[in-house]
Ligand binder design. Structure first.
Ligand code: SAM
Ligand code: SF4
Length: 332
């Protein structure tokens, strides 16, 4: 029997699933959530058994890459047991990659376990190396914990990519030093434009910095050579001649690369969003809790995929978010 595969209406094969395992977090990044974030009631959030079941059906449906994210995935109790369960799909050869996006605050405790279960590389979010700026952006004094986490990950043998959100009036001055610091340690960097997801207290147009201008600034002192690599995402890469390292630009606003999009996102409440910037989704939670079989879930995935929108429709309209759910729910 031919295994099922997930294709959308535009002949894009969906092989990459991002799973948010919690909406909770120990930081409060200004572009992601307000200080007084209202978290979901526990009963709304899928149990690890429910998440595990859905992931297994997705793998059955042809997903080859699984990224665990959040909120902050490493704050959920028993996260490592869940990760270990997912590693069975690596062992069976059905999954090419199991990976994680984390803010790094608890990474020091988990790095070697991640390596043991077969995780090879992770993304860590770090917007600045300056303790005061870190405190302002994340509203918490945790830079040292994150740096220790990154060090532990590297020593354990994980490849680390840094995600840096570019914020006007905030960390733009720090970007060259983060790049230099990361490249000197063999880490790639991706710069990210802020996206209007969820209410964050304040005006997003204040935060938005187009990466075209960040790139122009970097090109005033470094040579940036375009690379052909694409991960099926909104990232385009260059190699910086002087540092020898790779730099990605994730630019949902100024350019969109929806035509190559190979990914979908599962929230911690069991909703599958077909596009980060649109509201189309499939709700698995109630169906699962009402006794749907795996075969039915698989059917829903295959059919639902045809609704994946052609492209997102982000517009930066002052404080009004384009999409009302926070990134911490959908997963970055
Ligand atoms: N807590 C983990 C972390 O920060 O890496 C994982 C979840 S976080 C939602 C995933 C990524 O989304 C992070 O790199 C973060 O910087 C990014 N992010 C959050 N809100 C964003 C926004 N409004 N626009 C652009 N990127 C955002
Ligand atoms: Fe937490 Fe990540 Fe959102 Fe920052 S970006 S508040 S670390 S979920």
């Amino acid at each position: 029997m031919t295994p099922p595969a997930l294709f959308d209406h535009f002949q894009r094969q969906i092989s990459y699933l991002r799973v948010s395992v919690t909406d909770r977090c120990d930081l409060r990044c200004v572009y992601c959530m307000p200080e007084r974030m209202e978290f979901l009631p526990k009963t709304d959030v899928l149990s690890f058994e429910e998440l595990d079941r859905l992931c297994a059906v997705f793998v059955e449906a042809g997903v080859r890459k699984l990224r665990i994210t959040g909120g902050e995935p490493l704050v959920r109790r028993d996260i490592m047991a869940f990760m270990r369960r997912q590693a069975r799909h690596l062992e069976s050869g059905q999954l090419d990659e199991l990976t994680l996006t984390t803010n790094g605050t608890r990474l020091a405790s988990f790095a070697s376990d991640l390596v043991t279960i077969g995780v090879k590389r992770i993304n860590v979010s770090l917007d600045t190396l300056d303790a005061e700026t870190f405190k302002r952006i994340t509203r918490r004094d945790q830079l040292n914990a994150v740096l220790a986490g990154i060090e532990a990950a590297r020593s354990a043998g994980l490849r680390v990519k840094l995600n840096v959100v570019a914020l006007k009036n905030d960390n733009l001055r720090d970007i060259p030093s983060i790049i230099q610091w990361a490249h000197a340690r063999g880490m790639d960097v991706s710069l990210i434009e802020t996206m209007p997801l969820g209410d964050v207290e304040g005006d997003r147009t204040d935060q938005f910095a187009p990466l075209d201008s960040v790139r122009a600034e970097l090109e005033s002192f470094w040579r940036l050579n375009d690379l052909p690599d694409s991960t099926g995402g909104p990232s385009r890469y260059v190699r910086i001649e002087e540092t020898g390292g790779r730099l990605g630009f994730i630019t949902p606003f100024s350019h969109n690369f929806c035509a190559d999009c190979n990914r979908v996102r599962l929230t911690c409440t069991g909703r599958l969003y077909l596009c980060l910037g649109q509201d189309e989704h499939i709700d698995f939670r109630e169906r699962m809790r009402n006794g749907a079989s795996d075969a039915h879930l698989l059917e829903l995935m295959v059919e639902g995929m045809s609704n994946k929108p052609k492209a997102h429709d982000f517009r930066m309209a002052s404080s009004v978010p384009a999409v009302h759910r926070h990134m911490s729910m959908t997963g970055g």
